[in-house]
Design a binder for this molecule. Structure first.
Ligand code: ADP
Ligand code: MG
Length: 726
């Protein structure tokens, strides 16, 4: 029987209770699952430090000594237990805030312990909070000493003791694994240390070398460590070098299968679906281009329109991602491409993430198309009754050429005469699986263009949108001045008011944005209300409007409209305006509590100004005390307006899991070991290798690759997201 499929319950040290914990908390049910539960870090336990050598800047250290006495301090929530610990060279405090009873019951004075943890300084004293602690092995115990001697500040013969300690071999060798565990696990006695015991027991069982999970030719080609070596070394590295090789091997493998999955899906999609051929550029497009277009297209706009056009006449279904910073003119590109669809007897549909944005798109398109015989209609949840029926009818007869709306447009009951193109604007959640729903909208699936102003770092795009071709608008329309970004503290409010006065006098308008976090919505609203009052008082000569998510949609819209019509001068709001408005006359964006926003969100907000030809400003207001990372984030905003640069920095500072829009992307994103922020090179190698497999063995006849397809099927089965896209 395969050891890896064996129930984890029967592994030495597990048993029924822990098996339940492992299953519930980590999804570990078999030995194989435990094998794939990698440590999140390693600590060097080859060395035992002397307390007199310890300072608060050291990383994790290991000590050997005895507890002189316990002391209980404080009451209620502030209660803590301190153990005064000594090895004869000095004292250090071990501190517990939780599990106090357990510690007091299980550890005794005068017994020898190995203590392991991170020293910190508190009130001028060095302490280790919540150390790992276990009985010292025999050979390390200070022998034939009375406790009295041992705990004197100056041991009777300190040199002797040092010599003893250093001469002895230590129990713990090399790099020891640390495993993530949950609170529940810790309560059930499953700490990182006990997990390490379990993995050690596991390797006692796994005697035979584990089967390779990549074809040997790929292993050799990239000089990878074998799978067997890699998993053994990832848990118990034989050396730092071996650990690096093990990590490389496992990261490569993980990314390779993600890419193989995506690229094979792309291949299948291409085989299965033909694309509608748009071979003419006709009346509408030319009419618009020569007679209605109010300005020159930028070079970048021309280039991406050509790229899209090439896709749409190729006979393959287009699946393209259009990246372009805020204000780079993506809407116009969408419109012109839609006109090509119309010229070829098809309808187009443009999807926006919110009703407000959909309405704005509708308005923009109608303005661009005024006097042209192109019918544009709106479909959102707000379109009801007779209007809705009319839209449904117009779509079936083909009278409606362009439908603009929210995701309501792809519901099953929305039927088209002939849908040739779908443009998806700013929808990160619209992953591969959701896009696949569109294929059913027409006998031949429509071409798909995904547009985003959230610049996605290359590594992320290759994973999140790995099945899409990419076009980039890397140029803003001419005449725009870069926005000046200023970081100010709360205390500088008067200087902020000065700037506001100056701009208002020039006839410009101002946004003030407050963060909104769901859990504390009430409090945030209070901030916003207070800000609104304050601003109204400070600027009596000007009209101030207020918009937030708790308002009725109609009220919200009318307030927005008033601001857009320049009937009000200052708009105080929550982030509802993030994607919702385009007011070229607004020149100042003030973001309150800027420390609470993510970088790409700040970038989006900032993009609301700088839409006209005049100098615009973005003021990031924060409290004075900022964490290092936050200060760096704010600095990135001050230093650059380049969205890609910001996205790269965001990825570096926060890691991909936190990056906006990645969590619900609908794409496999559950990486165990690879880190998209750091492993870009490995990712590129993995993608190239996966592409080479698909290109060189399209029929999957190469015996050597069998192992790949078997493994891919397994992975698709065990990962819902992976399966969903095929
Ligand atoms: P985004 O890429 O953020 O969706 P928009 O499509 O909203 O940008 O365009 C921002 C503004 O720039 C709009 O007012 C649009 O009319 C204008 N615009 C787009 N293309 C050009 C161009 N080539 N020249 C001048 N203005 C342009
Ligand atoms: Mg846009």
């Amino acid at each position: 029987m395969n050891i890896l499929t064996q129930d984890i319950k029967y592994l030495q040290g597990v048993g029924p209770n822990r098996a339940t914990l492992l299953a519930n908390e980590l999804g570990i049910q078999t030995v194989g699952d435990l094998l794939a539960y990698y440590p999140y870090k390693y600590v060097d336990r080859s060395r035992i430090y002397k307390i007199c050598d310890i300072n608060g800047n050291m990383p994790y250290v290991q000590l050997c000594g005895q507890i002189a006495s316990f002391e209980s301090i404080g009451e209620g929530r502030g209660k803590r237990l301190i153990a005064h610990f000594s090895d004869g060279t000095g004292f250090i405090d071990l501190v517990w805030f939780q599990g106090i009873k357990y510690v007091a019951k299980n550890y005794d004075c005068r017994k020898s312990y190995i203590v392991f943890g991170k020293p910190t300084v508190f009130n001028g004293k060095i302490q280790i909070a919540h150390p790992e602690i276990e009985n010292a092995p025999e050979h390390l115990k200070p022998q034939a000493r009375t406790t009295g001697n041992l705990f004197e500040e100056q041991p009777s013969n300190p040199n002797l003791q040092e010599a003893e300690l250093e001469a002895q071999p230590t129990v713990f060798k090399g790099l020891c694994p640390s495993y993530n565990t949950s609170e529940k696990m810790k309560k059930g006695g499953l700490t990182s240390a006990s997990m390490a015991k379990l993995t050690a027991n596991m390797f006692k069982l796994i005697k035979e070398p584990l089967q390779e999970t990549l074809p040997p030719y790929i292993v050799t080609q990239h000089r990878l460590m074998s799978y067997d070596d890699a998993v053994r070394n990832i848990h118990y590295p034989s050396s730092p070098d071996a650990l690096r090789h093990a990590q490389l091997r496992l990261k490569f493998e993980e990314l390779f299968y993600v890419q193989l999955n995506i690229l094979r899906y792309v291949k299948d999609r291409q085989l299965r679906y033909k694309g509608i051929v748009f071979d003419t550029i006709g009346k509408q497009f030319n009419n618009f281009f020569f007679k209605h277009l109010p300005f020159e297209l930028t070079g970048a706009q021309k280039r991406v329109i050509k790229e899209i056009r090439a896709d749409m006449k190729s006979g393959r279904q287009m699946n393209r991602l259009l990246q372009g910073d805020v204000g780079s003119g993506k809407t116009l590109v969408a419109l012109m491409v839609a006109l090509i669809a119309i010229d070829n007897g098809c309808q187009a549909c443009i999807m926006a993430p919110t009703e407000i944005l959909a309405e704005q798109h509708l308005e923009t398109l109608r303005k661009f198309l005024s006097d042209m015989p192109v019918r544009v209609e709106l479909l959102t949840g707000a379109v009801k009754g007779k209007r809705r029926t009319e839209v449904f009818e117009g779509l079936v007869t083909g009278d409606i050429h362009i439908l603009v709306g929210t995701h309501a447009v792809i519901e099953d009951n929305v039927l088209f005469h002939k849908l040739g193109l779908v443009v998806i604007d700013e929808q990160h959640r619209f992953g591969v699986a959701q896009r696949a729903k569109l294929w059913m909208k027409n006998s031949v699936p429509p071409h798909v263009l995904v547009m985003t102003a959230t610049p996605i770092p290359r590594t992320l795009a290759m994973t999140l949108y790995g099945d899409l071709d990419v076009s980039v608008i890397d140029e803003l329309p001419p005449g725009r001045k870069p926005i000046r970004t200023i970081h100010m503290f709360d205390a500088h409010r008067l200087r902020i008011y000065e700037l506001m006065h100056r701009e208002l006098q020039l006839g410009r308008q101002i946004y003030i944005v407050y963060p909104l976090i769901k859990e504390t919505e009430k409090m945030d609203l209070k901030d916003l209300e207070a800000g609104f009052e304050e601003i109204s008082k400070a600027f009596p000569a000007y009209k101030v409007s207020k918009v937030h998510g708790k308002m009725k949609a109609a009220d919200k819209d009318s307030e927005m409209q008033r601001f857009a019509n320049h009937e009000t001068h200052i708009l105080v709001s929550t982030t509802v305006i993030e994607v919702g408005v385009n007011v070229p006359n607004a020149s100042v964006m003030i973001i309150e509590n800027a420390e609470r926003f993510g970088l790409s969100q700040l970038h989006q907000l900032r993009g609301r100004v700088g839409r006209g030809a005049d100098q615009s400003y973005c003021v990031l207001v924060t409290k004075y005390e900022l964490s290092n990372t936050t200060r760096k984030r704010i600095q990135v905003m001050v230093d650059t307006t380049d969205g890609f640069e910001i996205a790269e920095q965001d990825l570096k500072l926060r890691g991909p899991g936190d990056l906006e829009g990645t969590q619900q992307s609908g794409m496999a994103f559950d990486l165990k070991i690879a880190n998209l922020a750091q492993d870009g090179q490995i990712l590129t190698l993995a993608r190239d290798t996966a592409q080479a497999v698909i290109t060189s063995d399209p029929e999957e006849r190469n015996q050597q690759n069998n192992i790949l397809w078997i493994r891919l099927r397994q992975l698709r089965k065990s990962n819902i997201n992976w399966g969903a896209i095929s």
